[in-house]
Design a protein around this ligand. Structure first.
Ligand SMILES: C[S@@+](CC[C@H](N)C(=O)[O-])C[C@H]1O[C@@H](n2cnc3c(N)ncnc32)[C@H](O)[C@@H]1O
Length: 208
């Protein structure tokens, strides 16, 4: 039985074409006004930049300025339809050198697993409102879903590989179980705190 690291990822040997996703969101944009109703954040988009309309680039500095380490790249790039003054996220994630992944997974659940912290930053950078729905059509281990649950967004995930689908569901239900440990009043505070932290604002003493 191959490990996660050895198992080929579905679609990785093919050129990805994002046209269907962009067209779907552009159709929404025509009624959603400037800036778009459904913003897109597409990681790995530098591999198909020739298929993308003009947009903005986001950079994940995976080495926190220390540069590449052995064969691991020190950056990953995402393309987004959202205009934003923020473009760089620093979070160590190179081989065994990993910053916090706040789901406390002792080992990687997926070869392309993104840290939940990166997905929290994306939700904030793309300005996804509380209670809105996030779609990840290539869910993998479900890091986007964990970030959505944690910050009070709804989530739809699609994953073709049954093993990764089950891992993602487990990570999201573990995250939900964390929240159930708080009373409803405390949960409200918790969500506010998560969002205040993401916005870089000082935390208030209590709910507004
Ligand atoms: C780059 S990985 C996503 C990793 C994810 N961001 C994470 O943090 O774990 C892409 C995932 O898309 C899945 N996939 C590929 N083609 C798919 C398809 N047509 N429909 C649904 N999932 C697909 C693969 O099985 C793989 O797990």
């Amino acid at each position: 039985m191959p490990t996660h690291e050895q198992k080929p990822i579905h679609g990785d040997d093919e050129q990805f074409d994002p046209t269907h996703m962009i067209e779907m969101c552009a159709a929404q944009n025509s009624t959603g006004g400037a800036g778009g109703k459904f913003p897109i954040v597409l990681w790995g988009a530098n591999n198909f930049s020739h298929l993308l309309p003009p947009g903005q680039w986001l950079v994940w500095d995976k080495a926190c300025g220390a540069g590449p380490h052995s064969s691991f790249a020190d950056t990953e790039f995402a393309w987004t339809t959202r205009k934003t003054p923020r473009s760089i996220f620093h979070h160590m994630w190179m081989g065994l050198l990993r910053g916090e992944d706040s789901t406390n997974t002792s080992k990687r659940a997926h070869p392309s697993q993104k840290p939940v912290e990166l997905m929290l930053w994306c939700i904030e950078t793309a300005r996804i409102g509380l209670g809105k729905t996030i779609l990840d059509p290539y869910m993998g281990s479900g890091s986007t879903g964990v970030a959505a649950v944690r910050t009070g967004r709804k989530f739809i995930g699609v994953e073709i590989d049954r093993e990764y689908f089950d891992i993602a569901c487990k990570r999201m239900s573990d995250e939900q179980a964390q929240f159930k440990m708080f009373s409803e009043e405390e949960l409200g505070d918790q969500l506010m705190i998560a969002n205040a932290e993401l916005r870089g604002r000082p935390l208030a003493d209590g709910p507004a």
